[in-house]
Design a protein around this ligand. Structure first.
Ligand SMILES: Nc1ncnc2c1ncn2[C@@H]1O[C@H](COP(=O)(O)OP(=O)(O)OP(=O)(O)O)[C@@H](O)[C@H]1O
Ligand SMILES: [Mg+2]
Length: 285
């Protein structure tokens, strides 16, 4: 019911479509800076695309388990999770859970066990490509796989970068936003050179934009000058409904589909979907 209501409010005429890509787009949502909107972006884009007919898998790769919480997927101790896939090579399909209330959406949860993985991975075989293998072996045909990274550049994020073709970087519209971004880009370049030649930064999303401040505007200009058309036209405003939604185990798309947070994420998802069928770089990846 909520899913239907959300679609009716967000897309009343049904005119907006989110075309499915020819091949699975594996997108790593990364920024080693904490609290910039990685998880919020992962959850809301995933829900928006799934509500519009795409088959979507969210992989929660953060021991905090925020994406699992946001999608209301059980992830207490003892629940099979992404740790089991990375360390014990359990197939992803054995741990993926259907997200209740959102057709076409699945989530591989993270439990607190994942906190140990960063260290345990150091001594396993093919430590950087465990997730890539697990995703490649998944028999489900997804249109999108979103990997929600932790706020660090350790082996978990490296696994996400090796598994993906695209990196989506959420950037918070605030003063220190661009600091540290070079380090992320350097890491992406290293992964591309040595482990995953297909990797591209395809998408930048400006988050928590506060239009009352001139600073937000300045950051937006800076980011657009630097990254050009990788930056989505849609900008996510700071919106209290976005931050309330997770405490109800919902995305803002279903929690308050009429809010500015929901409509902005809806527009961002639409742009991503359209780029996916246009851009040859992505199609050939
Ligand atoms: N557009 C928004 N408006 C208001 N609050 C937001 C918005 N986007 C995210 N938040 C809030 O900001 C906080 C950080 O967001 P989020 O958890 O998505 O960031 P993150 O990058 O995943 O953090 P971490 O680095 O810890 O994983 C959360 O409390 C979230 O609810
Ligand atoms: Mg997060």
């Amino acid at each position: 019911m909520e899913a239907m209501r959300a679609v009716q409010i967000l897309n009343p005429s049904g005119e907006v479509t989110m075309p499915r890509p020819e091949r699975t787009r594996v997108m790593c949502v990364a920024n080693q800076k904490g609290g910039v909107g990685k998880t919020t972006t992962t959850v809301n884009l995933a829900v928006a695309l799934a509500l519009h007919g795409n088959r979507v898998l969210v992989v929660d790769l953060d021991p905090q388990g925020n994406a699992s919480t946001g999608l209301n997927v059980p992830h207490h101790t003892g629940v099979p999770d992404v740790y089991d896939c990375l360390i014990n090579t359990v197939p992803l399909e054995e741990v993926a859970q259907e997200v209740e209330g959102i057709p076409n959406l699945w989530c591989v949860p993270a439990t607190i066990d994942l906190a140990g993985a960063e260290i345990e991975l150091v001594s396993v075989v093919a430590r950087e490509s465990r997730l890539a293998r697990a995703i490649a072996a998944y028999p489900g045909h997804f249109d999108y796989v979103f990997i929600d990274c932790p706020p660090s550049l350790g082996l978990l994020t490296v696994n996400a970068l090796v598994a993906a073709q695209e990196v989506l970087i959420p950037i918070q519209c605030e003063y220190y936003a661009l600091e540290g971004l070079n380090q992320l880009i350097n890491n992406i370049n290293l992964v591309r050179q040595h482990l995953n030649p297909k990797l591209e930064v395809s998408t930048i999303l400006l988050t928590m934009y506060d239009r009352r401040t001139r600073l937000a505007d300045a950051v937006e200009q800076d980011v657009r000058n630097h990254f050009g058309d990788k930056v989505l036209q849609a900008v996510i405003p700071r919106n209290v409904r976005v931050s309330e939604a997770p405490s109800y185990g919902q995305s803002v798309m279903t929690y308050d589909p009429g809010s500015r947070g929901a409509t902005s994420y809806f527009e961002a998802a639409q742009e991503i979907a359209e780029r996916g069928i246009k851009e040859p770089v992505i199609r050939n990846a």
